[in-house]
Design a protein around this ligand. Structure first.
Ligand SMILES: [Zn+2]
Length: 237
C-alpha cells in the first residue's frame, strides 16, 4: 500500500505550489504536514490532499522559553480540521502523545523505520493510531544512497510511505551540500530554481518516477487519514 506525505517545513508559496502541481498532474494523493499559514496549501484539492499538522517543538529543546501546548494550539488554530500529526524532526514523547489525544487527533506519523518491510498501523494506549513510515528524502542521501532508486519494494504488502519535502522536490536535491548552499536562499524561489540539481538523479526525479509508476500501473494511493480510518473501522480502503 503506497502513500505519499510531505512535511512543508516553512517552504515559500511557489515551492509548495510546485509540489501540489506535480501530485495533481499525476492524480496521486498526498498528505501534507503543515508548519505555517499557506494560502496555496489551504486552497488545495481536498479530494487528493489531506492537511495534517507539523508542529515544531525543537525550540523547547534548545532552551527557548515556551510551552508545548501553546505550540500545538497555534498550529491547530491554523488547521482546526487536521486529524493527523507528524512533528518536525519526528520528535516523540508520551507527553506529546497525550496532548495529541486530548486534542482529538486521530493518528500520528512520527515513527520512522527507514526501508523496513511489512509496516502496519497500530493503536496506542490512548486511542491514537500510529502510522509508521519508511522513506524520507533527506535520510536517503544521509545513507549515501543515490536517487535513481528508492530502495523500496513498491509491491510490499505492508505500508510503503514516502516523505518528500517541497524544498527538496523543488531543488531536486541529491545531497546535503546542495541543500546547505540553497538554504541561504530559502525564500527566494528564483534563486532556488537556479540552484536546482540538473546533473544527477535527485529527489524530484525520484518522485516523478514513483508517481509515473503509480499512474501507469493504476496503483491506488492513500491519504494518511484513509489508512487510519480503515485500520480503526475496517472495511478496507
Ligand atoms: Zn519537518
Amino acid at each position: 500500500m503506497i502513500a505519499f506525505t510531505s512535511d512543508i517545513d516553512w517552504a515559500p508559496e511557489a515551492v509548495i505550489a510546485d509540489t501540489i502541481e506535480i501530485f495533481e498532474k499525476y492524480g496521486v494523493k498526498c498528505t501534507f504536514f503543515s508548519t505555517h499559514y499557506s494560502p496555496v496549501l489551504n486552497s488545495c484539492n481536498r479530494k487528493l490532499f489531506e492537511i495534517g499538522i507539523h508542529p515544531n517543538f525543537n525550540p523547547l529543546l534548545s532552551g527557548k522559553e515556551g510551552r508545548a501546548e501553546d505550540i500545538l494550539f497555534e498550529i491547530m488554530e491554523l488547521h482546526p480540521d487536521a486529524e493527523g500529526v507528524r512533528c518536525h524532526s519526528m520528535l516523540q514523547s508520551s507527553l506529546l502523545l497525550h496532548m495529541f489525544a486530548e486534542r482529538k487527533l486521530l493518528y500520528e506519523s512520527n515513527h520512522f523505520l527507514p526501508y523496513h518491510h511489512g509496516l502496519k498501523p497500530f493503536k496506542l494506549w490512548n486511542g491514537l493510531v500510529r502510522i509508521p513510515y519508511n522513506w524520507e528524502d533527506d535520510v536517503h542521501w544521509s545513507y549515501g544512497y543515490d536517487f535513481s532508486d528508492s530502495k523500496m519494494n513498491l509491491e510490499d504488502e505492508g505500508l510503503v510511505i514516502f516523505d518528500f519535502h517541497p524544498i527538496h522536490i523543488f531543488l531536486n536535491t541529491e545531497n546535503k551540500y546542495r541543500y546547505q548552499e540553497a538554504k541561504k536562499f530559502y525564500n527566494d524561489p528564483d534563486k532556488l530554481l537556479e540552484l536546482r540539481n540538473k546533473e544527477v538523479p535527485g529527489a524530484r526525479d525520484l518522485l516523478l518516477s514513483l508517481l509515473d509508476y503509480c499512474k501507469s500501473s493504476k496503483k491506488e494511493t492513500f491519504k494518511q487519514i484513509e489508512i487510519a480510518r480503515s485500520f480503526l473501522y475496517g472495511g478496507g480502503i
